[in-house]
Design a protein around this ligand. Structure first.
Ligand code: GDP
Length: 365
């Protein structure tokens, strides 16, 4: 799962991205992740893992991870090829969701590309570039299909639908503001439009605004209002503070620092959690004396496919999933007590895995 960080120049993207790479997960555990200078891999915070580690007396904990990709260079005119624009837009096409950083801090020492702090204008500037790029794609597709549609009814209705989307874009609105039925949604996903991707507006505020979630920051409230019109989420961070947190060595130091700021969790952790739920993701867990590990799945995933995340052999040779809910296991204290009480279920290949299931897969090799 990959998230792309976008935003105008000087809003704090690199500062946030550097905090992400500093906080970065040990890459040896995630061979599937792309290792490139503009990609940072972070672990998804999950308190359940430490509890299981105690229970199993395990050697280590391996959280699940997501990737953040720094997509710098998006400026006004990008969709017209301004400043390498199209290259950046193609990077956005590859991500599952967008983290749109919006400047909500005042600082006379940090110039704004458009001369003033104005989150609404900034969000619209970036969104417009993405909208232009989507319009281009739809225009091409409609042109290509127009002739054939005269003889093909299905194609004709597809074209009508594409025109409806085009009209929304031409109205300056993102595709994610539209409502679709299930079939339409599958079709829209296949178009891979930039403005249909889920987005988290990430407001970069000054340190003083953190403790009360920037309730009194007028800029952030503008972002909140705009985001609610799109059904999008807002996360409040202070990129500079995130950079400072990332430099601390131990978790205890981080915790202490957060407490002095009056915070329960870092902005980065909030962002990671929001991204995870925005993408409809959840974790199941595997536990043993060697390691406790979280595995990411989409909600609705059946047991064999979930097992396939560990190894393709498990999916191919799936027999059953010995499953217990995390809370049940912690409630009784040991796996054998859980078995005695009949809390460990034997689930078959139609079982839909739930968040927090602790699973042992049985399979043929
Ligand atoms: P980018 O162009 O969006 O990647 O922005 P940068 O991360 O390079 O930040 C631009 C400038 O703003 C740098 O000088 C940062 O130190 C500064 N900056 C970033 N975040 C904050 C913040 O939260 N508060 C303040 N006052 N300055 C910040």
């Amino acid at each position: 799962m990959k998230l792309g960080i976008v935003g105008l120049p000087n809003v704090g993207k690199s500062t946030l991205f550097n905090a992400i790479t500093q906080a970065g997960a040990e890459s040896a555990n995630y061979p599937f992740c792309t290792i490139e200078p503009n990609v940072g891999v972070v672990s998804v915070p999950d308190e359940r893992l430490e509890k299981l580690k105690e229970l199993y007396n395990s050697k280590k904990v391996v959280p699940t991870a997501i990737e953040f990709c720094d997509i710098a260079g998006l400026v006004r005119g990008a969709s017209k090829g301004e400043g390498l624009g199209n290259k950046f837009l193609s990077h956005i096409r590859e991500v599952d969701a967008i983290v749109h950083v919006v400047r909500c801090f005042e600082d006379p020492n940090v110039v704004h590309v458009d001369g003033s702090v104005d989150p609404l204008r900034d969000m619209e500037t970036i969104n417009l570039e993405l909208i232009f790029s989507d319009i281009e794609i739809l225009d091409r597709r409609i042109q290509k299909g127009s002739k054939a549609a005269r003889a093909d009814k299905a194609l004709a209705s597809e074209l009508e639908f594409l025109k409806e989307i085009l009209a929304t874009l031409e109205d300056g609105k993102c595709v994610r503001t539209m409502e679709f039925n299930d079939d339409q949604k599958i079709f829209v996903d296949s178009l891979n439009l930039l403005t249909s991707k889920p987005v988290i507006y990430t407001t970069n505020v000054c340190e003083d605004d953190l403790a009360d979630e920037a309730q009194n920051n007028a800029y952030v409230n503008i972002v909140r209002e705009f985001a609610s019109s799109e059904d999008a989420e807002v996360v409040v961070v202070c990129a500079q503070i995130e950079a400072e947190i990332a430099e601390l060595d131990s978790d205890e130091e981080k915790q202490e620092f957060l407490e002095t700021l009056g915070l329960e969790q870092s902005g980065l952790d909030k962002l990671i959690r929001s991204s995870y739920s925005l993408l409809g993701l959840m974790s199941y867990l595997t536990a043993g004396p060697q390691e406790i590990r979280a595995w990411t799945i989409k909600s609705g995933t059946k047991a064999p496919v979930a097992g396939g995340k560990i190894h393709s052999d498990i999916e191919r040779g799936f027999i059953r999933a010995e499953t217990i809910a995390f809370d049940d296991l912690i409630g009784v204290g040991t796996m054998s007590a859980a078995k005695d009480k009949g809390l460990v279920r034997l689930e078959g290949k139609e079982y839909i895995v739930k968040d927090g299931d602790v699973i042992l897969f049985r399979f043929n090799v």
